[in-house]
Design a binder for this molecule. Structure first.
Ligand SMILES: Nc1ncnc2c1ncn2[C@@H]1O[C@H](COP(=O)(O)OP(=O)(O)OP(=O)(O)O)[C@@H](O)[C@H]1O
Length: 235
């Protein structure tokens, strides 16, 4: 049972439209979603249904046209852009389809980078980065650059990097879209284990219904509307 879980993030009647000159595209339509601490939530839905836009709105990467996003009762769109940047660095982690690792840095340096940006102690950060890389099965690849890693290994580095600052929430957009089926399964198993180990919530956007079933809970986007949004286990 997950009834004792605390609410981490609330998407409250969020709508989003884009105005490109004369054309208005309605992408999100009064979306409501609750994310609980430490849960793994998959957002599935067909191409163009609004999944990435929702993820961006949850991570202060795209401003809603209407509605609110609350992270532990803080209305994130009422924050200054400097405070939003701090929130992105300290409270959130991001994983993308393409790893976005810095090519000239090693695995351990890439993982450490978000903590270096915060000005954290260098040696402690490197020790922690090493621990995370060991945790994702890459203790033997600390000093490899992204070009010297496989696709699945790069995504595991990206996962370790997302966790370096102990975020409350990791937002992942098609994290395995570029991987073969076996590597993709490994990444999802890892996400599940890490969410439980660190009590970090993961919200994962995916086309892949089979992978989505590995997460605690799934919701479906259809034409900007979120369906199945109430999870029985949280009632
Ligand atoms: N800046 C923009 N201006 C106009 N329309 C946009 C903009 N960004 C996204 N859209 C439109 O919003 C819709 C939803 O896009 P979004 O990327 O959220 O979908 P998605 O479900 O993540 O799709 P996919 O699975 O293909 O990545 C699409 O029809 C897209 O064309």
């Amino acid at each position: 049972m997950t009834t004792n879980k605390q609410i981490l993030l609330t998407v409250n009647k969020v709508s989003k439209h884009f105005n490109d000159g004369e054309v208005t595209t309605q992408v999100l339509n009064e979306v409501e979603l609750t994310v609980y601490e430490g849960e793994q939530l998959a957002i599935v839905g067909s191409s163009g249904s609004g999944k990435s836009t929702l993820l961006h709105v949850m991570g202060t990467l795209d401003t809603p046209s209407n509605g609110k996003v609350l992270l532990q009762d803080v209305d994130i769109y009422q924050l200054s852009s400097a405070k939003q940047a701090k929130l992105r660095n300290e409270d959130l982690g991001f994983i993308y389809q393409f790893h976005h690792l810095l090519p000239e840095f090693t695995a351990i340096e890439n993982v450490a980078m978000p903590a270096f940006i915060q000005g954290k102690n260098k040696q402690q950060t490197l020790d922690k980065a090493q621990g995370l890389l060991e945790r994702v099965g890459l203790g033997h690849r600390l000093n490899h650059t992204p070009a010297q890693l496989s696709g699945g290994e790069r995504q595991r580095v990206a996962i370790a990097r997302a966790l370096i600052n102990n975020p409350k929430l990791v937002l992942a957009d098609e994290p395995t879209g570029n991987l073969d089926a076996t590597s993709a399964e490994t990444v999802y198993e890892l996400i599940k284990e890490l969410a439980q180990q660190f009590n970090t919530a993961f919200v994962v956007v995916t086309h892949d219904h089979k992978l989505a079933t590995k997460m605690d809970r799934q919701v479906t986007m259809k034409d900007g509307v979120l369906q199945n949004r109430v999870n029985q286990s949280h009632e």
